[in-house]
Design a protein around this ligand. Structure first.
Ligand code: B12
Ligand code: SF4
Length: 479
């Protein structure tokens, strides 16, 4: 039986440094989903998760070598691309015949460039991987020319061939349940602040009710994989996956990772009804992400009944002109209303904010910080804009000839930040990120609110730990 090894190359240390204990160790959902297809085709599938298993780069390579696979693959984000290249260059020294197949948002946006930059990668899968991998593996078995398979990029002699784009998967219901049984499930954990509510960070489950987003924000790379349409899993499939995660894996925290969970009220209501009917709302702390303009009070009320405790809103900016340039299609009033509705429904709101997008000035960034401090929210994350391949921000940098750093520096916590606005250099961007974090988290009223609302000991411990972690980051000139 041929073997396919999926690898999470460890990058959490490089991405988050001293802050790594606070972030999620995420289930490699995309790879688990592709692994489910590969198993169904009759291959042996293995997942080695270097971050979850706390492996070093070298340990991870050795683990793959011991498996001696026929195929090996990973998900590539821009920030993990350089490490991926190093990893597969090294691996191929020991396993020259093993075929390396990669997918994910970075390589979907820049397939040809990926192959030019990394000799060790044999195939790039552009977009969703489930149908493409099936056709590629079957094609290899049957001697079919990969040039006839959509959504691929590969080498043919001296040439790099990029085939026609593949349409988004029309019927998500036909996808097998992700191969969760290949993961060491107990190792995955939520963001630190989830523990304030229930004391738990694990076991964590992640799910999607659908794929894609109706938005078209100029900084967002989501469409590189999923395109612009939103497609939903059939209700039966969502119920089945929920049952497996709760009954078999005993999850306590559940993230619905949909780009905008409450967008389709019909789906949300049915999913919530099922969670309540099965009594899962008593066992789970659920977190969802959302645009602000899709917040709808009756739907939020239903979500709260079903155990949704946290909602993360993509606010992005506190300045209407910047929101318009972002094509966020929301207003400051809608943002304020969304936070009010979440409060009314009894769901803890958190906000994601971006500093340094196109058109940003010092004054507009201050508007963002001011709005973040005014809104009724329990957590906020301030990141500096990254010109991710596939987005307008990236195209802007290419058109203007702005020098971009190595891919390794395309993480929002990496420093120095990438400056692409005339009015804000890297130093100013770091200063604004620091001011935002200090202003937001050091407000006595905010800290008191957290202590009154959540488990005070857990909050205090986290704040103390965060204080020392940030001091280390400042010392290393990263914050
Ligand atoms: C969960 C998540 C995380 C998790 C882990 C990601 C993971 N396990 O893949 C955590 C919290 C760690 C994370 C961190 C970051 N993230 Co993130 N994250 C996500 C999120 C919300 C969901 C990922 C997911 O599960 N998607 C669902 C699955 C089905 O899609 P998929 O992973 O793309 O997989 C499909 C295909 O790509 C392909 N495929 C993928 N891998 C493989 C492998 C093989 C062999 C094959 C054949 C096919 C294949 O097939 C899959 C099934 O169709 C996405 C948003 C999104 N819409 O995807 C952002 C997203 C991936 N993150 C993003 C970013 C920018 C980051 C950070 C840089 C942010 C930061 N704070 O600095 C960091 C980088 C961390 C690092 N290690 O350096 C961007 C990536 C864009 C880019 N070009 O890099 C996204 C797209 C968000 C966005 N809208 O822009 N993230
Ligand atoms: S609404 Fe969110 S997921 Fe959708 S395009 Fe905008 S940033 Fe991306």
């Amino acid at each position: 039986m041929k073997k396919f090894v999926f690898v999470v190359i460890p990058t959490i240390e490089n991405a988050y440094h001293s802050l790594k204990d606070f972030v999620e160790i995420a289930i490699p959902y995309g790879m688990a989903s592709v692994a489910g297809v590969v198993e169904k085709l009759g291959y042996e599938a293995v997942i080695i998760d270097g971050d979850a298993e706390n492996l070093t780069f070298q340990d991870t390579i050795e683990r793959v070598i011991r498996e001696n696979p026929d195929f090996v693959g990973s998900t590539c984000m821009t920030a993990t691309m350089d490490t991926t290249t190093k990893f597969y260059d090294k691996l191929k020294e020991s396993l020259p015949a093993c075929k390396v197949i990669v997918g994910g948002p970075h390589v979907s946006a820049l397939p040809t460039r990926t192959l030019r930059e990394c000799n060790s990668i044999d195939y790039v899968i552009k977009g969703e991987g489930e149908e493409a991998i099936e056709e590629l593996l079957n094609g290899m078995e049957n001697g079919i020319d990969p040039e006839s398979i959509k959504g691929l990029c590969f080498r043919k002699g001296e040439r790099i061939v990029e085939t026609r784009p593949r349409e988004p998967i029309a019927d998500l219901g036909k996808l097998p349940i992700p191969a969760y049984h290949l993961l060491k499930y107990g190792l995955y954990r939520s963001y630190g602040w989830n523990a304030w509510t229930s004391g738990h960070r694990k076991p964590l489950g992640t799910m999607f009710t659908g794929r894609g987003c109706m938005g078209n924000c100029n900084f967002c790379a989501s469409q590189a994989v999923f395109g612009h349409s939103v497609r939903y899993f059939p209700l039966q499939r969502i119920k089945e996956e929920l049952d497996i995660l709760v009954e078999k894996y005993g999850i306590k925290i559940l993230y619905f990772e949909d780009d905008t969970f409450p967008a389709n009220r019909n789906v949300v209501n049915k999913v919530c009804d099922y969670i309540i009917e099965k009594g899962y709302h008593r066992r789970l702390e659920i977190m969802v992400s959302s645009r602000t303009d899709t917040a709808h009070l009756p739907t939020l009320n239903k979500m709260r009944k079903a155990g949704v405790r946290w909602i993360c809103f993509g606010v992005e900016s506190g300045n209407q002109r910047i929101l318009d340039i972002m094509r966020k299609n929301t207003t400051i009033q809608e943002i304020r209303d969304a936070f009010k509705k979440a409060k009314e429904a009894g769901i803890y709101a958190a906000g994601n904010y971006i500093i340094g997008c196109l058109g940003e000035t010092y004054a507009t960034a201050v508007d963002t910080i001011r709005l973040a401090c005014e809104l009724e929210q329990y957590y906020a994350s301030f990141s500096v804009a990254i010109p991710l391949p596939g987005t307008d921000l990236y195209r802007h940098c290419v058109e203007k000839g702005i020098k971009l750093p190595p891919w390794n520096d395309f993480g929002s916590v990496n420093s120095p930040p990438i400056a692409f606005n005339d009015s804000l250099d890297a130093g100013k961007l770091m200063e604004l990120r620091r001011i935002a974090t200090n202003r937001f988290f050091k407000r006595p009223g905010y800290i008191l609110k957290l202590l009154r609302t959540f488990n005070a000991m857990t909050v205090l411990k986290d704040f103390a730990k965060m204080y020392f972690s940030l001091r280390r980051e400042i010392k290393e000139n990263r914050f």
